[in-house]
Design a protein around this ligand. Structure first.
Ligand code: GLA
Length: 726
């Protein structure tokens, strides 16, 4: 709900209030972000502040500094706001001075539809406040969208050139938030290839702390998410604020404690490799950020983000649809396969209850290693006798669907495409490019290049019975240079716009194909990609012990259903670790589950276990898609324990995995209804109150063992006629 009165703006969500006001001098000031507070109480408070503590209109040309005022958008270049600026706009003569003051506002009962960028959708209400520069023909519109069903505010900024001369945008963040003095800590998700989204919490000092990627993608190394934890905020207690960019390219989020001990957090497109020429009468729209507030710890923040992503980001056609249980041949065969080898996996998959076979890298051009053929999206008939049809037929005869891998943004120098169009690769003639994984990157700033790839991928999807696509991208960008662009400062953002353009076009053209995102594992695991692809391959690391940590970290701000999780071979190919198949299956059940190994090499006992895992998964997949996650024990410090509870609190799925020998534990559950009676695995009955206060006693367990339990509300025969069926 949004209320505006005398240039005081009051935004009220499910459990929070956000407020701003225009002061006497015309500057938009931040007033409050936190627990829900009554509109009249806040009005009274703001009026008092405005009247007694703030400079007045007459002071505008006198002695005052914006530095000490809590701003909604930071502009460095006039009246001395010396924080990191949110925006830098340069006039033709190089002048950057500006003074943005309130001009107008409007409220609409809808979300903002940004054609070229992923954005929040569904029902919402939007407040747009226009600020105008005193010295130029520039306007900045700050948008705030609020939803009834989650504690998220979506913000972004639009920069409008309403004049007659071009200007240059040198920095364009999406949001800026000033918070009052307190003890703040910063939670970020850092990582590396095969070790993504590791949570790290540190105090914030008196300097600018910058989380960023300049790799052309949101990156394995730093996720475009930050949480500000106040005082002693923990998993279930205390206040915290999240900022999650709905963007997949170069980003920055900065946190800065100033000399008044106040905190400014802001973020958006990274200014490194960024410079945007804005012609007269043209707007520049910045990516959206999803801000979230929780008064009850990080756990609640995660659940609000999960609800927001499911309710307002992921394509509603797929968000709650049962996910295909796949077998992917990558770790089973790598590049070394032919029809017979794949047929045997398909036949076995059908026997075990798997429903989709995904053919990974190596099916096209002359690709028998990573050195060739990216860009040549036609079937290697020498390798696959009978083409894809032989495989799709085999799947069909076994009752399986068929999925396929592409890497649309990449090009190999050893490819027909490169021989004809060497200039389609990014980089400058005469400058040696980096050849990570033996590949170059296609110039996705060019529409003709993207359209070519669209046609090539479309042909494969049209000519074959394909229900699933895995879209990969296996390297970082190092040459931010297109041979076509005159201003290379636009490259990085235009590149990601090209990716979004193709993702939009393909998903629209093939609405019945299910798309999974991937970038060398989880190198582009962000809300921008989730707008197009309902799930993302979480990491190339499939080791169950490492996956506990990666999935735990990812769950800080993404729903379980967005994580693609597979059971792989033993010993694990990334770590060499030996773990029981039960542990691998249980950890992989905490997401969109699947298999990534040669099923034909499993023993009979292991096959039985896989069958059982699939049958069990089918009983809990609704919870994975729709439930609330509660994190119980952190695998970075000890055993791993999570549970997922249905919204109506009638069912839950509990997973415990040990990291220590002879583990014996009683673990307090969370998220249940204290007043309900629950049965645990159908043989013990406890009250929700006891399970949450006293805890669930667990058996003695050895290292790498796991326990997965179903918890259901027990309904007495007298009241309901029957027990609740899981
Ligand atoms: C990336 C992906 C893997 C696999 C390979 C194929 O590393 O993350 O799952 O698809 O590419 O080359």
């Amino acid at each position: 709900m949004i209320k505006t009165q005398n240039k005081i703006f009051y935004i009220c969500g499910k459990n929070y209030t956000y407020a701003m006001y225009v002061n006497d001098m015309g500057f938009l000031q931040h007033a409050y972000y936190g627990k829900k507070i009554n509109h009249n109480d806040l009005l009274l408070y703001i009026n008092e502040v405005c009247k007694k503590l703030e400079p007045l209109k007459e002071d505008l040309n006198l002695d005052f500094s914006l530095d000490s005022m809590p701003s909604e958008f930071g502009c460095f270049f006039n009246h001395g706001d010396y924080h990191e600026p949110s925006v830098i706009i340069e006039q033709l003569d190089g002048a950057t001075m500006c003074r943005y003051r309130y001009f107008s506002h409007e409220v609409k009962d809808e979300v903002i539809d940004i054609a070229e960028l992923p954005h929040a959708r569904g029902c919402g209400q939007t407040l747009s406040i226009t600020l105008k520069d005193d010295f130029s023909d520039m306007e900045i519109v700050l948008n705030y969208t609020v939803f009834d069903d989650c504690d998220v505010i979506v913000r972004n900024a639009e920069i409008k050139n309403v004049g007659h001369t071009a200007i240059v945008i040198k920095k364009a963040f999406s949001f800026c938030l000033d918070l009052p003095k307190a003890e703040y800590k910063l939670l970020r998700l850092h990582g590396r290839w095969a070790g993504e989204r590791i949570p790290e919490i540190t105090p914030i000092g008196h300097a600018v702390t910058k989380l960023q990627s300049i790799r052309g993608q949101s990156s394995h190394q730093m996720n475009p998410f930050a949480a500000i934890l106040k005082d002693d905020c923990g998993e279930d207690v205390g206040e915290c604020y999240g900022a999650q960019l709905i963007y997949s390219g170069n980003f920055a989020i900065t946190a800065e404690i100033d000399y008044n001990d106040r905190l400014r957090i802001q973020g958006g497109i990274n200014e490194c490799h960024f410079e945007w020429e804005l012609d007269p009468q043209v707007n520049f729209v910045t990516p959206q950020v999803a801000l979230c507030y929780s008064a009850t710890g990080i756990g609640q923040l995660s659940r609000e983000y999960a609800d927001f992503i499911r309710g307002h980001i992921v394509n509603s056609q797929y968000v709650y649809k049962k996910r295909p249980i796949v077998v992917n041949n990558w770790e089973a065969t790598y590049f070394d396969f032919d029809n017979e080898r794949l047929f045997s996996i398909i036949d076995e998959a059908a026997k075990l209850g798997i429903d989709t076979f995904v053919l990974d890298d190596g099916w096209f051009g002359k690709r028998n290693s990573d050195a060739t053929s990216l860009g040549d999206w036609f079937v290697n008939n020498e390798k696959l006798n009978g083409g894809l049809k032989a495989l799709t037929d085999r799947c069909k005869n076994n009752g399986l669907n068929f999925g396929i891998w592409f890497e649309p943004e990449a090009i190999s120098e050893y490819s027909d495409l490169y021989r004809v169009h060497p200039d389609w690769a990014i980089g400058k003639e005469g400058v040696e490019p980096a050849r990570w994984r033996n590949q170059l990157v296609l110039d996705f700033t060019r529409k003709d290049v993207v359209d070519y790839i669209f046609n090539a991928v479309s042909k494969i999807l049209k000519d074959n019975e394909i229900s699933y696509v895995k879209w990969d991208f296996n390297r970082n960008i190092s040459e931010f240079y297109s041979r076509r662009l005159t201003n290379q400062g636009g490259f990085a953002h235009r590149y990601i716009l090209g990716v979004y353009y193709l993702a939009e076009k393909l998903t629209k053209e093939f609405p019945d194909v299910f798309f999974e995102g991937c970038a060398g594992g989880g190198g582009r695991f962000d809300t921008g990609m989730l707008y197009y692809f309902p799930q993302i391959w979480t990491s190339d690391n499939t080791d169950a012990i490492e996956r506990m940590k990666i999935q735990w970290g990812t769950s800080m701000c993404y729903p379980l259903s967005s994580m693609s999780c597979h059971v792989s071979a033993c010993p694990n190919h990334q770590t060499g670790r030996v773990t029981p198949i039960e542990l691998r299956g249980t950890i992989a059940s905490l997401g969109a589950t699947g298999y990534e190994l040669d099923l034909t090499k499993l023993s009979d006992l292991e096959k039985l276990s896989v069958k059982q895992q699939i049958a069990n998964y089918k009983k809990i997949d609704e919870l994975i898609l729709k439930g609330d996650l509660f994190r119980l024990s952190d695998p970075f410090y000890g055993d791993f324990c999570e549970m997922i509870v249905s919204k109506d609190k009638r069912k839950a799925y509990f997973v415990y995995a040990t990291r220590n020998e002879r583990s014996k534990n009683v673990i307090r559950l969370k998220g249940l209804d204290a007043s309900k009676l629950y049965t645990v695995n159908d043989n013990m009955t406890f009250s929700g109150h006891a399970l949450m206060c006293v805890g669930l006693p667990l058996p003695v367990m050895d290292k790498n063992m796991c326990l997965s339990l179903t918890i259901c509300e027990k309904i007495s025969k007298s009241t309901d006629g029957a027990r609740y069926e899981f």
